[in-house]
Design a protein. Structure first.
Length: 256
């Protein structure tokens, strides 16, 4: 009986010793594998850092025009987004922006990504640069004073006198538009809804629009009398002094 107990005790100790040795082997093997892995990772990182960058940085020259007469800026906009239809700018100011054909870009850039500044858009394309029509163009008021954010300067008579023309470039060429009315409005409190005054083939709509923009005009502009087949644009942006939510600054121009 005593010999059996000694045998069992020896067997247990041998088994525990085997487990200990097996554990040590596993630890050593794991440490070796970890070391090899780290060496391989270090080698990969070193090789990547030592290789020259494969990224090609291209600086675009967007000044001037192409052989077909189109500005490089408009071409760049159109290549960036198929919904770009024109480029609007005012010489010697911070107004220079693409125009798109959908309010999808109200809070999106040309890549379709969310952007608080959005992209100026034309309300109804069937009214854009069409005889006896008025195209309403919306753009956010940018705090940095660029694009539609600079329109507030038109409440300064000297600025208006020096910048009376709005330029629109399309693939067909560049047109000049003369400003005939500038006015702020609270769209929630006042009845004049300029956004619905688009088709001037309807004489009642035409007369109503022309009467309202003349009456509301707060600046000294050329006295304009409607001419058949005239084309209009109406720029609309937020104007906080009138109302932080519903205030708008509206600028109406007619094609020369």
């Amino acid at each position: 009986m005593r010999e059996l107990k000694v045998f069992i005790k020896t067997l247990i100790l041998s088994f525990l010793l085997f487990l200990a040795l097996f554990g040590i082997v596993l630890v050593i093997q794991g440490a070796n594998e970890l070391r090899v892995k780290k060496e391989e990772e270090h080698s990969i990182v070193s090789n990547v850092e030592s290789e020259p960058s494969k990224t090609v940085h291209v600086e675009y020259d967007l000044t001037g025009h192409n052989d077909n007469g189109t500005s490089k800026l408009l071409e760049h906009y159109m290549e960036s987004c198929e919904d770009v239809v024109a480029r609007l700018y005012i010489e010697d100011t911070k107004m220079e922006t693409p125009l798109v054909n959908s309010d999808y870009y109200f809070r999106r850039n040309l890549a379709g990504e969310y952007a608080t500044e959005g992209t100026p858009y034309i309300q109804t394309m069937d009214c854009f640069m069409k005889n006896n029509h008025n195209a309403v163009i919306y753009g956010h008021r940018l705090d940095n004073g660029e694009d539609f954010g600079m329109l507030e300067q038109y409440l300064d008579q000297s600025f208006l006198d020096a910048h009376q023309n709005i330029m629109i470039e399309t693939s067909a060429g560049t047109t000049s538009w003369s400003i005939i009315s500038v006015f702020p409005i609270d769209v929630a409190k006042e009845s004049f809804d300029y956004s619905k005054c688009e088709d001037f083939n309807d004489v009642s709509v035409r007369n109503y629009f022309m009467s309202e923009i003349k009456k509301r005009n707060v600046m000294l502009t050329d006295d304009y009398t409607y001419q058949e087949n005239a084309q209009f644009i109406t720029l609309s942006t937020c104007y906080y002094p009138t109302d932080p939510v519903n205030g708008r600054l509206v600028i109406v121009a007619v094609r020369k």
